[in-house]
Design a protein around this ligand. Structure first.
Ligand code: 8OZ
Length: 375
């Protein structure tokens, strides 16, 4: 029986263990350029089998929060290269999460102060994080979006593919994770609550999944399926996202993802960062069915699970074959050496929620690792 601490092959790379650092927005890259502190933060966590970085916007239009590191300008890519070099030197592996926020943005972050873009002009009852001129930060309501014209969509698909190519070829990442979860642009197209389009990108499940599949197609053509993972969150209500019947939607999505030779599918079970048993739709969401459909259709990517896993849950998921990889989020913020702590059953540092978003080294790079040599 495999354990969390066994290696696993992912596409063309081997991970030292099956413990993944989940993507975590930290808002600590002023001017959207990865810096020395970001390098140290990721390097400290390189013993994860795989690090998935915080979401990195693929364009300025894809930006929705202050001080998140971009993936669309040369200076940003050079900053990321220092991150990937440090993680690789420490023996780790790292994918970057490629992100377009869609309507979860604010005019002050958009090109020329314009409206954020979305499938439909429906404002999310949600907040985004901005930084004031004096450096203090805070959450503000998201701006009203405008609906994308049909002929604008191809260029956004192209932005994903370009970001993926630059991520691998320029910034040195081992691969990319397409952020299709948590109520951002791709999820906004998928769900009936935010997509009221009447063109080929709205209406039926096939139409609402079209944008996602075009992004996957373009990204896998750019860098190969083995370097591409995807994150889905079938039932979370994060960022005011809603679907009246998510099971058939996501059943269709994973079936259509099966031929791409993806590195992994990263599935958030329940409400992201909250209740695991949260549900949308007429019946409890069946995650095992999702996996069966993907495997039944020939999908061979690793199955990565996430949301509130502790050691026992992670061990059970891997031992039973329910999951190949387990992603841990907040425990990795407070425990740079989480893999060692889990292996040695050592106590975990507690998380300081006040320092999650924005700020400097406090609550970012100053969480202590265990002393002494790994046992
Ligand atoms: C927390 C704060 C800001 C963004 C997500 C990228 O939920 C995020 C995010 C999380 O996927």
């Amino acid at each position: 029986m495999p354990t969390l601490f066994d290696p696993i092959t992912l596409g063309d790379i081997t991970l030292a263990n099956r413990i993944v650092m989940a993507p975590l927005t930290r808002n600590r890259s002023p001017r959207s350029v990865p810096n020395d502190l970001n390098v140290l933060y990721y390097q400290q966590r390189a013993s994860a089998g795989l690090i998935i970085t915080e979401g990195a916007p693929i364009s300025q239009q894809g930006q929705g929060y202050a001080n998140v590191p971009g993936l669309y300008e040369a200076e940003q890519l050079a900053g990321w290269k220092r991150v990937t070099d440090a993680v690789h030197q420490a023996g780790g592996r790292i994918f970057v999460q490629i992100w377009h926020v869609g309507r979860i943005s604010h005019t002050s972050l958009q090109p020329n102060g314009g409206k954020p873009v979305a499938p439909s002009a429906i404002t999310a009852k949600s907040k985004t994080y901005l930084v004031n001129p004096d450096g203090t930060g805070g959450f503000v309501p998201t701006s009203e979006p405008r609906a994308l014209e049909t002929d604008e969509i191809a260029s956004i698909v192209g932005d994903y593919a370009r970001a993926a190519r630059n991520a691998v070829e320029v910034a040195g990442f081992d691969g990319v994770e397409i952020h299709a979860a948590n109520g951002y642009l791709i999820d906004q197209f998928l769900r009936s609550g935010s997509n009221q389009r009447s063109d080929q990108y709205g209406g039926s499940i096939e139409n609402r999944a079209r944008f996602l599949l075009e992004v996957v197609d373009a990204t896998t053509r750019a860098i190969g399926g083995a370097k591409v993972g995807i994150r889905l969150s079938p039932v979370t209500p994060a960022n005011d996202i809603f679907d009246s019947d998510p099971q058939p939607l996501f059943d269709y999505v994973v079936e259509r993802l099966s031929p791409y030779g993806l590195a992994y599918l990263h599935i958030i079970e329940g409400w992201t960062g909250a209740e695991r048993d949260y549900n949308q739709g007429p019946a409890p969401f069946d995650y095992a069915r999702l996996k069966q459909i993907y495997r039944g259709a020939g999908g061979n990517g690793a199955w990565m699970v996430n949301n509130g896993y502790d050691l026992a849950m992670g061990e059970a998921a891997v031992a039973s074959g329910a999951a190949d990889l387990v992603a841990y989020g907040r425990p990795f913020i407070a425990n740079p050496d989480l893999v060692r702590r889990l292996k040695e059953k050592a106590p975990l540092n507690a998380l300081d929620k006040k320092t999650l978003y924005g700020g400097g080294s406090e609550g970012y790079t100053d969480y202590p690792a265990l002393a002494g040599v790994e046992g």
